[in-house]
Design a protein around this ligand. Structure first.
Ligand code: RIB
Length: 313
């Protein structure tokens, strides 16, 4: 298997400023609800994945957009301090930096509202400008928190150059089949899968059936994130379930991003897809044990130690 340091991933995606509070419950419409533990974190699905890839010891370039504001400066500085190439991060003069408003509940679940703002200013032309890095990458990862034509351009360029393409299908939204078909691997959670297929998804059986619908429409491989039920690989050859690691959930935010990043690096460096998913399961689980998006993303050493400890009982 290739060394992780030799893997190069380009992430075309979103970056947000996460405003996080703990709440007992959702407010009702018209209600002002007191919440607590206000904290700020760098986040955004794409940027989280870029940081997670860097922590997996792979090389990473991030293609994205932030506003011309202090928050945009803060997010770019954070990416650079993780060793990420930010040459292709655009500064929008028209839109503010994206923000996510995150509530954490006592049962360990979260609830996120996002204004992608500047993330929506990213254009296919911006991605074309990054063509050179895309053509040099081993893998290109994208998310649905940027315009769909951006994802389409990134994956079209990557596929023409013979690169691995991985779509983290979050946040939940419709995505045309011609774009899904450009991904070697489509990786949704249950809610995202429901949006992609129009099916009700709840639990392994309905998730497998919905994933099979994607396969029937031309998607090659689905890697499903099932949260506390682990993950599932669905391909034309069959289905395989990967049990979860038992952990104490502190904050599930960015667990899926840690999963996608770890999966991509392992798969791109030549691991069997099943092994890449097992490793990603561990990375996702570890991310859920810490508060915040980017601060929670584990390093390769942490994931390896966690796996070794769990195998040792
Ligand atoms: O996947 C987690 C991310 O979703 C958060 O960091 C938030 O910014 C939203 O984009």
């Amino acid at each position: 298997m290739g060394r992780a340091q030799e893997v190069y991933v380009v992430v075309v995606g979103s970056s947000n400023f996460d405003i996080v509070v703990r709440a007992e419950r959702l407010p009702k419409e018209g209600e002002s609800l007191l919440v607590k533990n206000l904290q700020f974190f760098p986040g955004g699905k794409g940027a989280n994945q870029a940081v997670a890839v860097a922590r997996m010891e792979a090389k990473v370039s991030f293609v994205g957009a932030v506003g011309q504001d202090m928050i945009g400066d803060f997010l770019i500085r954070g990416l650079e301090s993780s060793g990420i190439d930010t040459t292709w991060v655009k500064r929008s003069s028209e839109r503010a930096t994206g923000c996510a408003f995150i509530m954490l509940f006592p049962n360990g679940n979260n609830c996120i509202t996002v204004d992608p703002a500047a993330n929506l200013a990213l254009t296919p032309a911006d991605v074309e400008r990054a063509r050179e890095v895309i053509e040099h990458a081993d893998a290109v990862v994208s998310v649905l928190e940027v315009p769909i034509d951006v994802v389409e351009t990134a994956f079209s360029l990557a596929r023409k150059a013979g690169k691995l393409t991985v779509l983290d299908a979050g946040p939940p939204r419709h995505c045309p089949m011609e774009v899904l078909r450009l991904a070697d691997v489509v990786s949704p959670n249950e809610t995202e899968l429901a949006h992609l297929t129009g099916e009700e998804v709840s639990g392994r059986v309905s998730a497998r059936e919905a994933a099979e619908k994607l396969l029937a429409r031309g998607v090659r491989t689905v890697v499903l994130k099932l949260g506390s039920d682990g993950s599932m690989l669905v391909t034309p050859k069959g289905t395989m379930h990967f049990p979860p690691y038992k952990i104490e959930v502190v904050d599930p935010t960015a667990a899926g991003d840690a999963f996608t990043a770890a999966f991509t690096v392992e798969y791109a460096r030549g691991a069997m897809i099943e092994d890449a998913i097992r490793f990603a399961n561990a990375a996702g689980a570890l991310a859920a044990t810490k508060l915040g998006a980017q601060p929670s993303l584990p390093t390769r050493q942490e994931v390896e130690a966690f796996v070794a400890q769990r195998i040792g009982g």
